[in-house]
Design a binder for this molecule. Structure first.
Ligand SMILES: N[C@@H](CCC(=O)N[C@@H](CS)C(=O)NCC(=O)O)C(=O)O
Length: 185
């Protein structure tokens, strides 16, 4: 969501929620999002939760610059990459991230499983990137699903295999985008 806001040159004010203190489960926050998760977006009278839904809203409300395609076939592919990235890369990466921060403890075997899952998804991404700068061709929500964590693989204890040349170039490309390079960690 933060990447999409920056790509679209939208100004926004962050309201930080302390997940460690479980502020996301307090009644005031549950009134904004009954699932008790971040992010939540308030835009005027509009209140939305879930990053996928928020990104779709941002695209429809603020179409330029576009972070997807106008035609349903390519739009579908962007959605597929976003969903794939969320489930297969971001979820395990997030688990390792919160473990490293000490916010939640996972067993060593679980952490290894998360790393394997991330590596498998990166191998899949490597094949998909053949001849392309970004997953769906141009930079899109598909790349945004991976970006916040794929730029910090080393911190997550993942050594990118040498043969994943296209992934390495894609990560370098992502890191050079102003919307990605200044993300908080
Ligand atoms: N599909 C949701 C997932 C939201 C989610 O799991 N957010 C995490 C932080 S990345 C969270 O709020 N965790 C705290 C919790 O589940 O209590 C989205 O994309 O917004």
């Amino acid at each position: 969501m933060r990447i999409a806001l920056k790509e679209k040159n939208l100004s926004w004010e962050p309201i930080l929620v302390n997940l460690r203190a479980r502020e996301q489960k307090r009644p005031e926050f549950l009134a904004l999002n009954p699932n008790g998760t971040v992010p939540v977006l308030r835009d005027g009278d509009t209140l939305l939760y879930d990053s996928t839904i928020i990104n779709e809203y941002l695209e429809e409300q603020y179409p330029e610059p576009a972070l997807t395609y106008p035609d349903p076939p390519r739009r579908g592919k962007v959605r597929q990459w976003e969903d794939y990235g969320d489930a297969n890369f971001l979820r395990p990466a997030e688990n390792i991230f919160i473990h490293n921060k000490g916010w939640r403890q996972f067993e060593a075997a679980d952490l290894e499983r998360f790393r394997q899952r991330m590596l498998e998804s990166l191998a899949y991404v490597n094949n998909a990137l053949a001849g392309k700068d970004y997953l769906a061709g141009r930079f899109s929500y598909g790349d945004i699903a991976f970006a916040p964590r794929v730029i910090m693989l080393e911190e997550l204890g993942i050594a990118l295999p040498e043969e994943l040349v296209a992934v390495r170039a894609w990560i370098d490309r992502l890191k050079r985008r102003p919307s990605v390079e200044n993300l908080e960690r």
